[in-house]
Design a protein around this ligand. Structure first.
Ligand SMILES: [Zn+2]
Length: 343
């Protein structure tokens, strides 16, 4: 990374939660199979909470499976998706999941595949289910560069700020949200210029890290240039209703359109199954975002409150089956749009 984008910080960690409830619901809509949402890579391992898929030589995705077959709360050790991009010299881990126990699954897989641990970890955004497990990649003498944007670091501190000393480890701090099982590992390489992409050379393999916005005030999209695989973080969701909690919805839609227009390879979403570029899953997700926006705008023009708009919102069956991390995500989505529309 360019030196002007790097600042070294004392390694500090603190724990907190992503704020997601464990109440999970199954949406009674049409079959996901109808939309072609299947395993796109080669499954090389599976746990109750996630599977690892090989997408291309040196490119792996961890796909979290947080729902039971009955649609209830399952094992949330990883909660979010992530990945590995393996170069001759360096290995990049994309996101670090919710807990160190969950991230250990990817760390162990990396060791088995390469004999090495990730040299770099990039956090796509500040939500805790994407950065709570970084400690699993810090083992023995392995101390990976932890990459995030300046904004993501700031948001992490703001949102997980009730920090207390850890009773046993002076290098760690904990918060009252530590019950979710994760810890925040601070950045060692900060992306200060959030206006342009940067390139990371892993040795015979280049990765482009592109700052975007919308799901949060700072989202990173990671692309392996050789395979054209894109790790989209939570800008893209597949079959799970997105969380608008920290969003700027119109920026989010623009970022999604840009990702889908520019890329031709597989897209690993932040939650849900891998999508093929140009697939029905892409269209379903775009339609979902458009339905949410349209409903918010029409409801606001009718003079409805955002809660009334949420109460009247029903996803059309044409977008397929969407599951929910918790009740109230329609309310969160409408509130986000109302904030923007009435600004
Ligand atoms: Zn998120």
């Amino acid at each position: 990374m360019p030196t002007d984008n790097r600042r070294t910080f004392l390694k500090r960690c603190f724990g907190t939660s992503c704020g997601f409830s464990a109440t999970l619901l199954l949406s009674p809509l049409s079959s996901r199979k109808a939309l072609g949402r299947t395993i796109e890579g080669e499954k090389i391992g599976e746990k109750p909470f996630a599977r690892i898929e090989k997408i291309h030589d040196g490119v792996y995705a961890l796909i979290s499976t947080p729902f039971t077959k009955g649609g209830k709360s399952g094992d949330l050790s990883t909660h979010s998706n992530g990945g590995l991009i393996i170069g001759k010299d360096k290995i990049l881990a994309i996101d670090s999941y919710r807990t160190p126990a969950g991230a250990s699954y990817m760390a162990d897989a990396c060791l088995q595949l390469t004999g090495r641990l990730p040299t770099h970890v990039v956090n796509t955004h500040f939500h805790f289910d994407h950065l709570g497990g970084t400690r699993a990649f810090i083992k023995g003498s392995n101390s990976p560069e932890i990459i995030m944007t300046q904004t993501t670091r700031k948001l992490a501190f703001e949102n997980y700020s009730k920090i207390l000393p850890h009773p046993e480890d002076p290098d760690l701090s904990i918060s009252t949200l530590n019950k979710w099982g994760g810890y925040f590992s601070d950045a060692s390489a900060i992306i200060a210029n959030e206006d342009k992409p940067i390139t990371l050379d892993l040795g015979g393999r280049k990765v482009t890290i592109t700052p975007m916005q919308g799901h949060t005030d700072s989202d990173l999209v990671i692309k392996d240039e050789e395979s054209a695989t894109v790790f989209a973080g939570d800008l893209i969701w597949d079959g799970i209703f997105p969380n608008f909690m920290s969003s700027s919805p119109s920026l989010w839609s623009k970022s999604v359109q840009s990702i889908l227009e520019k890329n031709t390879g597989l897209i690993v979403p932040g939650h849900g199954s891998i999508q093929k570029s140009g697939s029905k899953s892409n269209t379903s997700y775009l339609n979902l975002l458009a339905e949410i926006e349209n409903h918010a705008r029409v409801s606001q023009q009718k003079g409805l409150s955002s809660d009334q708009a949420a109460a009247e919102f029903n996803l059309s069956t044409s977008v397929g089956d969407y599951r929910y991390f918790r009740n109230g995500f329609h309310e969160v989505a409408m509130a986000a749009w109302y904030r923007e529309i009435t600004k």
